[in-house]
Design a protein around this ligand. Structure first.
Ligand code: HEC
Length: 156
């Protein structure tokens, strides 16, 4: 039974296009975030906000987390879209150079240099829903791309 379930899970991933290797790469990059962020079923509040369901979520909306500005604060106002939503575009920019996106933000992280690291960690983040359950990241990213105006889907 367990074997069948594993085969089924593997098939689902194969069909969706997200290989286990992709997620593994993202999980590895997430090691750099782990000192401040938690994600998944056992999510905890740390220095940084919990990241379950972050893709498609508006900036600064994790419950009971004190951000560097209020939900209606000036940080959101630097973006044309208010509230700013975390999609592939905004999150890639933020992870590359946090201060470029939120200049007075308190994420003390230098940024990721490699495109493939940014892509991988975003896919990993997209693989958790709001409850920390595991979902198909490609479906999440595709829905997000569809919601954005004319944005290219990132799934290959
Ligand atoms: C040194 C601690 C630290 C590290 C390392 C760090 N972060 Fe953060 N992160 C924060 C803090 C603090 C905030 C809240 C920022 C604010 O309020 O301005 C934040 C905010 C965020 C947000 C916005 C959350 C929201 O609810 O809007 C995302 C997404 C995020 N971080 C992702 C990452 C990822 C992915 C990594 C690793 C590649 C990472 N962070 C590494 C501390 C960190």
């Amino acid at each position: 039974m367990r074997g069948i379930l594993i085969v089924l899970a593997a098939l689902t991933l194969a069909v969706s296009g997200a290989s286990a290797a992709d997620l593994k790469a993202g999980k590895k990059v997430f090691n750099k975030c782990k000192s401040c962020h938690s994600i998944g079923a056992k999510v905890r509040r740390m220095t940084g906000p919990p990241l379950n369901g972050i893709m498609g979520r508006a900036w600064g909306t994790a419950e009971k987390y004190k951000y560097s500005a209020g939900r209606e604060g000036t940080l959101m106002a630097i973006h044309e879209a208010t509230p700013m939503t975390w999609d592939v575009e905004t999150l890639s920019a933020y992870l590359r150079k946090p201060k470029d996106v939120i200049p007075k933000g308190k994420m003390a992280f230098a940024g990721l240099k490699k495109d493939e690291d940014i892509e991988a960690v975003i896919r990993y983040l997209a693989s958790f829903d709001e409850e920390g359950g595991e979902v198909d990241p490609e479906a999440v990213l595709a829905a997000l791309a569809e919601a954005g105006e004319g944005e290219e889907p990132t799934a290959e």
